[in-house]
Write a protein that binds this ligand. Structure first.
Ligand code: PMV
Length: 312
């Protein structure tokens, strides 16, 4: 076996996070300026799969005779080989990622996707996207408990998706290029915690939360239309409303609210948190000529890093 490698992009949720866990649709797009990459090389005979996760500063040894249970990446290798009916290969896997961890950019799903794709190449089998997606979803459950499946779907298919939990994904048209700015609060926020808290709130107040989820679902449908029409003004105001509803779901935080206000003051059409919230990333929709002003304002206000992405 010679050296093989595979790459998977990051992702961002444009509309519908949290409500998507409760059956509403959501829209997500790949973010290709950040990525996770797995390079597989031949390993020591009998040594199993040795995953060197550079960003996590961790080496994970996966062997058939050792019950892993320690890291989702080890389980990813096992789930794949179990599905393929193949023994774990003796390989070194160098995993490198530019996607910040626990910040709503899909770092876990991208690492799993890159790992599984590269292992398939090393073993000499090919998997269709639908099968790979269902395997990556199994690993997502280890990271997040009850994930909707939107992260793995947008990352495996590497294209914009309109996603509904029980219906899977549809692709959709982007009428005119959309310019977004993604600002990292620098606050790591575990998805399972925020998702669990929203679930508890839903159990305590089902009718109020049910209405919030329904309105978010409506926003997602309107946003899909506005994206198809290239209507940036409508999209901006839908973003603002979606952010306010996420605040009602208790998943915003002072830093996200402040960065949203800063982006809008600097000329963004609208801004909202993206992903699990309580930290992680803010996204702002801009006209291209505002990119510099919005980026500078966000960095001045304390954003750790800012990514400009054009969606088309
Ligand atoms: O922050 P992320 O990338 O883990 O996204 C979470 C999105 C949620 O809707 C909050 C959860 C989910 O599984 O869809």
């Amino acid at each position: 076996m010679s050296e093989v490698s595979a790459t998977a992009p990051g992702k961002i949720i444009l509309f519908g996070e949290h409500a998507v866990v409760h059956g509403q649709p959501a829209i997500a797009v790949p973010v290709r300026s950040v990525w996770s990459r797995a390079v597989v090389r031949p390993g020591r005979a009998g040594g199993g799969a040795v995953i060197i996760a550079a960003n996590l500063a961790r080496t994970i040894v996966v062997r058939p005779d050792v019950q892993s249970g320690d890291h989702p990446l080890a389980e990813a290798a096992r789930i794949l080989c179990r599905y393929l009916g193949r023994p774990l290969p003796d390989v070194y896997v160098l995993l490198h990622s530019t996607i910040p961890v626990a910040s709503g950019l899909g770092s876990g799903a991208a690492a799993t996707t890159a790992l599984m794709r590269a292992l398939c190449l090393a073993i000499g089998v090919s998997l269709d996207d639908a099968t790979l997606n269902s395997l990556v979803y199994e690993v997502e459950k280890l990271y997040h408990g009850t994930p909707s499946g939107i992260d793995n779907t947008v990352i495996v298919y590497n294209r914009p998706v309109y996603f509904r939990r029980d219906e899977g994904m549809q692709t959709f048209a982007i009428g005119a290029p959309l310019h977004i700015v993604i600002a990292d609060t620098g606050i790591a926020s575990p998805t399972h915690q925020a998702v669990g808290d929203v679930r508890q709130l839903y159990e305590a107040e089902p009718s109020r939360l049910g209405l919030l989820f329904e309105r978010i679902g409506e926003i997602v449908r309107l946003a899909r239309q506005a994206i198809a029409n290239g209507d940036v003004i409508a999209l901006g105001s839908l973003m603002r409303e979606n952010h306010a509803l996420l605040r009602d779901l208790t998943v915003s935080c002072p830093e996200l609210d402040m960065l949203a206000a800063v982006a809008e003051e600097a000329g963004a059409r609208g801004a909202k948190l993206s992903g699990a919230g309580r930290g992680g990333n803010l996204i702002a929709l801009i006209e291209p000529e505002c990119a510099g002003a919005v980026t500078e304002a966000l960095l001045r206000a304390g954003a750790r890093r800012v990514i400009c992405e054009v969606l088309s």
